[in-house]
Design a protein around this ligand. Structure first.
Ligand code: DQA
Length: 147
């Protein structure tokens, strides 16, 4: 099984941006964490981060027929992007939404998620662990049984 983990704008600034909210660990630490989870679960994983909405749409389109599950933290685009929602719908790849913070406990505008409409599950407020939960969900729900 091949997973794709997509991170949106400003997540490359982890460890620098609003540390009280997002923690002290940087994006490289998040990538290491995700890779370790993939190894543990026996799946392959690709990581992609972009600050550009169109680049995220392009990466989702490129996943068509190549990727079995998508974990996506669209960051600020969560709350604005119909284009990312439509891309996820277009490729019909099982997807989970992840947020480091509990978006429902923050400003009202963060309670809206377009992307959620194309996702099986949302894991928000668990820090890095939300990525683990999303990966486990996708492997359990869509992974092939071990041979
Ligand atoms: C975020 C929450 C978003 O509202 C915010 O714009 C982000 C990060 C999170 O991981 O908690 O950039 O997706």
């Amino acid at each position: 099984m091949k997973l794709l983990v997509i991170n949106g704008p400003n997540l490359n600034m982890l460890g620098i941006r609003e540390r009280a909210l997002y923690g002290a660990q940087d994006y490289a630490a998040l990538c290491d964490f995700v890779r370790a989870q993939a190894e543990r679960l026996g799946v392959s994983v690709e990581l992609f981060q972009s600050n550009h909405e169109g680049a995220i749409v392009d990466r989702i389109q490129a996943a068509y027929q190549n990727i079995d599950g998508i974990v996506i933290n669209p960051a600020a685009y969560t709350h604005t992007s119909v284009a990312i929602l439509d891309a996820l719908k277009a490729v019909s790849i099982p997807a989970c939404e992840v947020h480091l913070t509990d978006v429902n406990a923050r400003e009202d505008f963060r309670k809206v998620s377009y992307v959620r409409l194309a996702c099986d599950r949302t894991f928000a407020g668990f820090g890095f662990d939300g990525y683990r939960m999303a990966m486990e969900y996708l492997v359990e729900r869509y992974g092939k049984p071990a041979e």
